[in-house]
Design a protein around this ligand. Structure first.
Ligand code: ADP
Ligand code: MG
Length: 701
């Protein structure tokens, strides 16, 4: 789509003044004609389908009925009045109800004149009714026969209040199409258009907004989805398959004394086969002058950290500095502790940098980083502050990438000649096909084997009513010397409410597990970092037996003696979160347990989540279910990475379209690497347009 008229600001569109233009931009981010035309309906109402009154059932779908109004009356009720009309067709009668604007509506309604009514049906005492129906005289409706599938646009509360809802968008889009002078430029090569029988972009854009038939709607959607995927895949594929050897990074030729000393003298266990396999892949990557961009997936407890650490040692053996960035302070500290212990034994220097590092600590870290004496820097976001300058950062590990966006990743190495080699570690499993299409720029390693002797965590679902039994079980475990987590949900928008839940829970647990026999730690998000650390530390030291917490402990915390995870209001957690939480236990030699507590009322989705958790411990299987339940929108990092800010396509539902687009992107780039052929002129234009706003780390020429 290259038409220059589409670059016009919306304010030029008839029906959109400065006030509305600003509102639309503020609320939805739509600035230009092009933005508006790419604001797609989220569903369509079939205006060709009519229901009879005796066919109606209560449902959330909107229906359309033809009939006449036979009677109108006011009904008084305790809370104000309502206007009620009896609406009949040959099969029966129903009620139309208005709570507002009685006078205007009453005057407008015509008795015994055919209407088309439209809206949601509800039923009360076997009486079907429709509240605030849309009404149109049948005669009028017939005149506007062109509209068969009516688009429905999402809007915001603020816009709807200003009367800028779906109908408004229909109006201005109609206006837009009537103003457009020239057809859209075909960006895709003729060969693809022919092979896939794609309809033209002009036809596709018009029909996606105003479908002339079901068939045209399907074709329009197919084309637009395909095109959306295609240009994403072009970027990914070009970066991954063809540009790889052009992104230079530091090359680590030797495996030297640090690595060998650690491997031979310090490593306290044998690596699993999967760990060895992954380490080999990493070593191979690091031996090339091309930048490594590798995603390391492995279930919680599969031993990613040690693999990451050993990879760092290779970098250090080659005279480079390394860093490890974690999403939370607790996790950064924990990595630091694990790593520091090993580093001590082999003479590698390591520091921790977080938001709570003191000025003096920072000064020392900055100095040692710049003069190159510091080998490893572990930390949180603090690592990407401008003041942090490495002497020669050669290798960076990013743990749990879903909390970091691409922009943040890029910041890490903006100060170097080359970007460092990057290993991203995540415990959130993404199904492989999806990972390929989303992170086409990353190579993927998987640790698909747990260290030996690990017992699978036993997972059960218990209702709140059985809490006493659960408490008794906890007492037995604590008597055996084990420790217990009790976790409460925390949802951003309702922090105060959640805080109350947490405190109520804490109180009841304190009552049930009294001092001095029992000691309890409590950790939640809003606590001061030093208090948090103190409470954590008491639990780590075994001074407290119970840790009451919100999900701040979700990521990374490693306490092998903790063997029971109680998750309160488990129905409020997503699957991947439940799986992550469960991964906090089962890290020692003892049998561990995960207890999912819920009330009796559960949605179907919640039931599926709970059943999945009790059925399997396999992260990939859980990820598949999660994907089906939620769609990919919530999946790790996908929002930040921008790859999933898809306007029309859906990575899960439209997976076959994605595969087709990917296939063609690969084929096209194999044939014409630099998009120099004349038939790829518009592909190239669009490609450049899309990539020029991107971060430099893409290194696309
Ligand atoms: P992840 O980061 O994948 O969640 P960790 O690296 O934290 O897992 O490892 C979890 C625990 O398992 C740690 O205590 C670690 O020392 C231990 N571990 C890792 N690899 C092995 C292995 N091959 N054999 C035995 N224990 C291991
Ligand atoms: Mg870990």
């Amino acid at each position: 789509m290259q038409n220059s008229e589409l670059q016009k600001p919306l304010i030029y569109l008839k029906g959109v003044g400065p006030h509305r233009a600003k509102l639309i931009q503020d609320e939805l981010g739509l600035k230009t004609y092009a933005d508006l035309i790419n604001y797609f309906p989220f569903r369509y109402v079939d205006r060709t389908q009519f229901y009879k009154i005796n066919e109606l059932v209560e449902s959330t779908a909107e229906v359309q009925i033809v009939g006449v109004i036979t009677e109108i009356r006011m009904v008084s009720q305790r809370r104000g009045k309502r206007l009620v009309a009896t609406f009949e067709d040959k099969t029966g009668a129903m009620e139309l109800i208005w709570f507002k604007k009685h006078k205007v509506i009453r005057e407008m309604l015509k008795i015994n004149t055919p209407y088309v009514i439209f809206g949601k049906v509800s039923s009360y005492n076997h009486q079907m009714s429709m509240v605030h129906p849309e009404l149109e005289l049948l005669e009028e409706f017939k005149k506007d026969f062109s509209v068969k599938l009516q688009p429905v646009y999402s809007s915001t509360e603020k816009l709807t209040k200003q009367n800028l809802g779906s109908r408004f968008f229909i109006r201005i889009l109609k206006q837009l199409f009537s103003e457009l002078q020239s057809p859209f430029v075909e960006t895709l090569p003729q060969s693809i258009v022919e092979e896939l029988k794609l309809i033209s972009p002009s036809k596709a854009y018009f029909n996606v907004h105003f479908p002339q038939s079901n068939e045209l709607l399907m074709k329009a959607q197919f084309r637009l989805k395909w095109e959306e995927f295609f240009f994403i895949q072009m970027q990914l594929v070009r970066k991954n398959l063809f540009q790889k050897h052009k992104i230079k990074s530091y090359k680590f030729e030797i495996v030297g004394q640090y690595f060998n000393k650690f491997y031979n003298d310090v490593l306290p266990f044998n690596l699993t086969g999967a760990q060895k396999k992954v380490l080999k892949q990493i070593r191979k990557d690091l031996g090339l002058s091309a930048q490594m961009n590798r995603l390391l997936q492995g279930d919680v407890g599969s031993g990613k950290t040690i693999v990451g650490f050993m990879s760092m040692l290779i970098a250090i053996d080659n005279g480079f500095q390394t860093c490890m960035m974690a999403p939370t302070e607790i996790l950064a500290k924990q990595h630091y502790q694990t790593i520091a212990g090993f580093c001590d034994e082999i003479g590698v220097s390591v520091s921790l940098l977080t938001g709570s590092s003191t000025t003096a600590q920072r000064r020392e870290i900055h100095q040692n980083l710049e003069n190159g004496t510091l080998h490893i820097l572990v930390g949180t976001h603090a690592l990407i502050e401008d003041k942090v300058k490495f002497h020669n950062l050669g290798f960076a590990i990013i743990d749990e990438q879903h909390r970091f966006g691409v922009a943040q990743r890029a910041k890490l190495w903006k100060k170097n000649d080359f970007p460092p080699n990057v290993l991203v570690m995540t415990a959130t499993p993404i199904p492989r096909t999806l990972a390929m299409s989303l992170y086409g720029d990353l190579d993927i390693s998987v640790i698909d084997e747990l260290p030996p002797g690990r017992k699978l965590v036993k997972t059960v679902h218990r209702y709140d009513a059985n809490r006493l039994k659960v408490f008794n079980f906890l007492k037995k475990e604590i008597a055996k010397g084990r420790q217990v987590y009790v976790v409460y949900p925390l949802i951003e928008e309702s922090q105060n409410f959640d805080y109350k839940d947490l405190m109520d829970g804490y109180e009841s647990i304190s009552r049930e597990f009294p001092k001095p026999e029992y000691q309890i730690s409590i950790v939640y998000g809003k606590m001061k970092p030093e208090d948090k650390a103190h409470e954590m530390q008491r639990f780590v030291n075994g001074e407290t037996q119970i840790m009451v917490a919100t999900t701040v402990i979700e990521v990374g915390v490693n306490i092998p003696n903790a063997s029971v995870m109680v998750i309160e209001s488990a129905e409020r957690f997503g699957l991947s979160q439940l799986h992550q939480l469960r991964g906090r236990v089962g890290r020692g030699a003892e049998q561990s347990y995960c207890i999912l507590m819920t009330g009796h009322k559960l949605s179907d989705d919640a039931k599926t989540r709970l059943q999945t958790m009790t059925r399997t411990n396999d992260g990939f299987e859980i990820a598949e279910v999660d994907l089906k339940l939620r769609g990919p929108g919530d999946l790790m990092g996908t929002q930040q990475s921008g790859l999933l800010n898809l306007k029309i396509a859906d990575v899960v539902k439209d997976n076959s379209i994605l595969q087709s687009a990917r296939h063609h992107a690969i084929r096209l780039l194999k044939k014409d690497h630099n998009l120099e052929l004349p038939e790829h002129k518009y592909v190239k234009q669009r490609f450049i347009e899309l990539t020029k706003h991107k971060f430099k780390w893409n290194y696309i020429s």
